[in-house]
Design a protein. Structure first.
Length: 185
C-alpha cells in the first residue's frame, strides 16, 4: 500500500511537510485516515465520480459507500484534500466537482453517501487553497491577494448563494490568468 511506502520513506529520510498525495483516493476507513493524517498525505479524490458514476457505487455495499470520496471524513480526520478530476479520460469541470462534493448526487439525482456531503464554502476551499497547497504553490495561487498570480474566474452567480444543485450551471463570465483577462463574455 502506498501509505506503507510513505511511512517507510519518512522514517528513513525524515523531512518536514512532504505533501505526498494519493490520487483518486476513492475508498478510505478510519485507519487509513489516521495514517494519512500522521504522514501529512494529501487526498486527491475524483470529485465528479459521484455525479457521473454514482450508480456504480451501489456495488461497493452500504458500509463502503459511506467511505467513498470522503471529503467530510478527510476534514474530520485533519487530512488535506483537493478537488481533482480524471482528466483527460474524463471531463474537467471544477464547478461540477464542487456541486458533487456538496450534493453527493448522481446525474439522475440519486443521493450517494450523504454523510460525506460538505458545504459549498468547504468545497470551494478544496478547489482553490487546498489545490495550491498540494502543489507547493500556496504563496502564488489559491486565493486573491497582493503578490499572488491573480488567476481567477468571475462567475455569473455566487457559489455560496445558489441552489447547490445548480452550481454546475453557473456561467463563467471572465477568466483572468496572471492578472490578464484571457476569456470574457
Amino acid at each position: 500500500m502506498v501509505l506503507d511506502a510513505y511511512e517507510k520513506v519518512l522514517k528513513e529520510f525524515p523531512r518536514s511537510n512532504p505533501r505526498h498525495r494519493i490520487e483518486h483516493c476513492t475508498l478510505v476507513n478510519p485507519e487509513i485516515l489516521t495514517r494519512m493524517n500522521r504522514t501529512g498525505t494529501i487526498a486527491t479524490p475524483f470529485c465528479t465520480y459521484v455525479y457521473y458514476h454514482g450508480e456504480k457505487m451501489q456495488f461497493y455495499g452500504d458500509e463502503r459507500l459511506e467511505w467513498m470520496f470522503a471529503q467530510k471524513s478527510f476534514m474530520e480526520y485533519g487530512v488535506m484534500s483537493t478537488g481533482a478530476t480524471d482528466y483527460p479520460p474524463g471531463p474537467y469541470e471544477p464547478l461540477l466537482g464542487i456541486q458533487s462534493c456538496v450534493t453527493r448526487t448522481d446525474i439522475n439525482g440519486t443521493l450517494w453517501g450523504p454523510s460525506q456531503k460538505i458545504s459549498a464554502r468547504d468545497a470551494l476551499r478544496i478547489y482553490t487553497l487546498n489545490g495550491a497547497y498540494a502543489s507547493f504553490e500556496e504563496s502564488q495561487k489559491g486565493s486573491i491577494e497582493p503578490g499572488k498570480l491573480a488567476d481567477f474566474v468571475v462567475l455569473e452567480e455566487d457559489i455560496l448563494d445558489v441552489d447547490p444543485f445548480s452550481i454546475k450551471d453557473i456561467k463563467v463570465l471572465k477568466t483572468v490568468v496572471g492578472g490578464k483577462p484571457i476569456y470574457e463574455i
